[in-house]
Design a protein around this ligand. Structure first.
Ligand code: HEC
Ligand code: HEC
Ligand code: HEC
Length: 276
């Protein structure tokens, strides 16, 4: 009897929890930071009235970060000593995005245990029966134009790791170390802040969040898109509202910038009054 009461209480708790979770799921606003489908962030309050991100209604992309370091971890070392080595660099771990369908956490035990799927002995492309959702045609990988294949990037033995030129494992959270082995020039630009994206403190040595390569690029599909680099082109946001007191933005037009009478009118419109 006691047992039955306990289990009915448990069932009630479970039901309540379940109802709570499914209710929350309906209410959730999810938007993406950089790569649609692979950099999702759930909107929530980090303090009263202050969201972690603002989402665009037009593109569903993130427009603004309430805390640039929310959900980040230290980036880890870089193989070269330089200026940026002395700044505090953080990144968003990739495994949470990859593990959405619980692939990463079980892949080495459930399938790639060396028996169910034997450890491959050749790096040559071969038709695959699995992962078509990720790579539709393994014989026609949309990266490298036939020069590279899965095992140029993924470890044949440790399937939850990427791999460097010497066969050492690389974490999915440090894809720059993988991409950098073939794209040295871009990697160097990224390190110097010319390629990619950073947010956080402006000052030299200040804490910054760095975007890693796979937050923007889909490693399995870099050849599609208008400019052939795998980017879905986003619709631009609408222009911001014209400031109070201004009826148009004609002063932005270059031809009129040098016209003194136009400037006088514009200043009067904003600040009021006659000649200054
Ligand atoms: C250019 C390097 C590269 C090649 C080639 C490559 N991958 Fe990947 N793969 C990656 C990286 C990097 C990730 C992690 C992606 C991320 O962070 O979003 C990944 C992730 C995965 C995952 C994890 C699940 C997921 O949702 O992304 C699977 C499965 C996978 N790759 C299978 C394959 C298969 C099969 C092939 C060959 C047909 C292949 N990969 C070729 C670099 C590569
Ligand atoms: C094993 C070598 C190798 C690795 C590792 C590798 N790539 Fe590539 N990548 C290539 C080759 C080869 C090409 C094809 C260049 C060509 O012929 O156009 C290419 C092409 C690309 C392109 C398209 C370039 C263009 O001009 O359109 C992008 C973007 C790219 N790679 C990004 C990445 C990213 C991001 C990673 C890490 C996840 C990565 N690559 C890892 C070899 C590699
Ligand atoms: C914030 C997003 C972002 C990050 C992070 C990023 N890239 Fe890119 N990458 C781009 C964009 C945008 C382009 C230009 C695409 C186009 O022209 O269509 C590009 C282009 C490229 C190309 C094509 C060659 C070229 O010079 O145009 C390669 C290769 C590449 N990236 C590799 C990398 C690697 C390797 C990393 C990490 C070290 C990286 N990217 C990080 C956004 C990013």
């Amino acid at each position: 009897m006691k047992h039955r009461i306990q289990s009915s209480i448990l069932a009630t708790i479970c039901l309540t929890l379940w109802a709570g979770i499914s209710y929350a799921a309906e209410e959730e606003t999810v938007c993406f930071e950089s790569r649609k489908g692979s950099s999702e962030v759930v909107q929530r309050e980090i303090r009263p009235g202050w969201p972690n991100v603002k989402c665009s209604e037009r593109t569903n992309g993130v427009l603004w970060w309430g805390d640039p370091f929310d959900g980040t971890v230290p980036m880890g070392d870089m193989p070269v000593e330089a200026d940026y080595s002395h700044a505090e660099a953080v990144v968003k771990p990739r495994d949470q995005q990859i593990d959405k369908n619980k692939l990463l956490s079980i892949c080495t035990t459930a399938c790639h245990d060396g028996k169910y799927v034997p450890v491959p002995t050749s790096l040559e492309p071969r038709p695959l029966k699995m992962h078509q959702d990720i790579v539709p045609d393994s014989m026609d990988l949309q990266h490298g134009r036939g020069a590279i294949w899965c095992l140029s990037c993924h470890s044949a033995k440790k399937r939850d790791k990427l791999i460097d030129h010497f066969g050492n494992p690389i974490s999915f959270n440090q894809p720059q170390k993988l991409c950098g082995k073939c794209h040295g020039q871009v990697y160097r630009d990224w390190r110097d802040g010319i390629h990619g994206k950073r947010i956080g403190m402006w000052k030299t040595g200040g804490k910054k969040r760095w975007w890693t390569c796979t937050e923007c690029h889909n490693p399995h599909d870099v050849q599609q898109g208008i400019r052939d680099s795998g980017f879905a082109q986003l619709q631009p946001e609408a222009a911001p509202a014209v400031p109070k007191g201004m009826s148009n933005t004609d002063h932005e037009k270059h031809a009129e910038h040098g016209d003194p009478s136009w400037w006088k009118d514009a200043l009067n419109a904003i600040f009021g009054g006659g000649d200054h």
